[in-house]
Write a protein that binds this ligand. Structure first.
Ligand code: GDP
Length: 433
């Protein structure tokens, strides 16, 4: 039985939520493997819109087992709010919900550190969402993080919390000049987190064991990435990245399964490019064309409401994603957004100091200086939002899609041309045997 990892092939917000939701109809398990509640996946079912931050998008399919894997950082306050919001809308997923005991906790001091770090002059501002996610990952790597499983041992939790709070209060005061009256209280955090412990205990488990056993039984598992390839801490446009492994390889370390157990990797690719936060973006359009894309595509963050930076499709950036994720296919999304243009551009190379380059550069300083080399294609008249099959696409839209596929050298598995489930064509089922 195939298992599949789904990743964003650009800078996130490619429409992963919709495609995950679409494909979860064929799987028994969905596993989130990295990131935190900074992710925002939007899924539209009928007239209803759901925005999920931490809980996998599979939750909207009754009976699908949903896992928050060990690679995720969990803010229990945000998780409880999300669980309550789903319950209030009649989604009862808790009998099928599991949280890894190895996932790391976000604590209130992580938010404070992140806020202060972004305020400090001279640091390279990343444009974080201020939710403490980066500092929680930093603690994990520094081996002072507190894991979800520790919530189940109140004495141990108090001991490690005390050590961390003392260190963090010292750090916040000495490094950032935070007033001692704002110091964190161990008792307050302890009481708050013991409340979460009581609420979350039924779901905390060794999820690596659960998922591997499911694979042994031949059940199908979909690994759901958040953010995107160029935001991956290793493969992305460092330092303007997130703090976790958003690429396909992260699915293994972030859920405790071996690479031999994941058969395919589907990249979600938006028909143009967007990014949030700071960092290089070669095809960015800061003019009216960019504004038109933003409005037509509703390019405002699902989590923060921040306007997204918009630009033409960048085949160099996505070819890199095909390489580092070993993509077996792509889902091309939001084609309908391009209905509004008379002409479209695709970047197929960069020019740097007079030289043509076709491979995505590692150095963000180079990336900042490259000039995109474009080819221009005609737009189409009318809308692609109502098509029933790819044969119904206007010939210019078909040519645009075909050119992207040709430049990427990968199979087009899914085409999406609207927010609804039925505005999708599956050309090649990535979960078929
Ligand atoms: P994700 O984080 O990758 O899941 O992406 P977001 O949810 O942040 O952004 C994708 C947005 O685009 C959501 O509002 C989706 O409902 C919407 N969307 C997904 N696919 C399509 C599509 O093919 N066309 C249009 N117009 N919107 C889409």
């Amino acid at each position: 039985m195939p298992s599949l990892v789904i990743v964003g092939a650009q800078w996130g917000d490619e429409g992963k939520g919709k495609i995950v939701d679409l494909l979860t109809g064929q799987v028994e398990w969905v596993v989130r493997y990295q990131g935190g509640h900074n992710a925002g996946h939007t899924v539209v079912i009928g007239e209803e819109e759901f925005i999920l931050h931490l809980i996998p998008s599979g939750v909207l399919r009754p009976g699908v087992r949903c896992v928050i894997g060990n690679g995720v950082v969990v803010d229990p306050a945000a998780l409880v709010v999300e669980m309550d919001a789903l319950a209030a809308r009649g989604i009862d997923f808790t009998p099928h919900f599991h949280i890894s005991d190895r996932a790391h906790l976000i604590l209130p001091y992580h938010r404070a550190v992140e806020r202060e770090a972004e305020k400090t002059k001279g640091t390279r501002k990343i444009g974080t969402t201020g939710r403490g996610i980066g500092p929680a990952y930093a603690d994990k790597i520094a081996r002072v993080g507190i894991r979800v499983g520790t919530l189940l041992d109140a004495d141990l939790f108090r001991r490690v919390l005390t050590t961390n709070v003392e260190a963090m209060n010292y750090f916040l005061e000495r490094l950032y000049g935070v007033c001692p009256s704002e110091a964190f209280s161990v008792d307050a955090i302890y009481d708050e987190y013991m409340g979460y412990a009581a609420r979350l205990a039924p779901y905390i488990a060794d999820t690596s064991l659960l998922v591997n056993r499911a694979l042994d039984r031949g059940e199908r598992v979909l690994f759901e990435g958040a953010q995107g390839t160029h935001l991956d801490v290793d493969c992305g446009t460092y330092p303007f990245v997130t703090s976790s492994s958003a690429t396909a390889g992260g699915a293994c370390t972030g859920s405790g399964v071996g690479p031999t157990r994941i058969n395919r990797a589907l990249g979600i690719v938006k028909a143009y490019t967007t990014r949030v936060g700071s960092g290089p973006f070669p095809t960015e359009l800061t003019d009216q064309v960019g504004e038109t894309l933003r409005q037509a595509g509703g390019e405002f963050g699902a989590t923060t409401g921040r306007p997204r930076r918009c630009g033409w499709f960048d085949a160099v950036a996505v070819r890199y994603a095909v390489r580092v994720n070993g993509l077996s296919g792509i889902a091309l999304t939001k084609l309908d957004v391009l209905d509004v243009f008379d002409a479209l551009k695709i970047c197929n190379a960069y020019r740097y100091k007079g030289e043509l380059i076709t491979e995505f550069p590692s150095d963000p300083l180079v990336l900042e200086q490259v000039e995109p080399v474009y080819e221009e294609l005609p737009g189409w008249s009318g809308s692609v939002a109502g098509i029933a099959s790819v044969d119904d696409l206007p010939k210019e839209a078909r040519a645009y899609v075909d050119r992207i596929v040709e430049l990427l050298g990968v199979s087009l598995d899914v085409l999406s041309f609207g927010v609804r489930r039925d505005q999708t064509v599956v050309l090649n089922n990535p979960l078929a045997l």
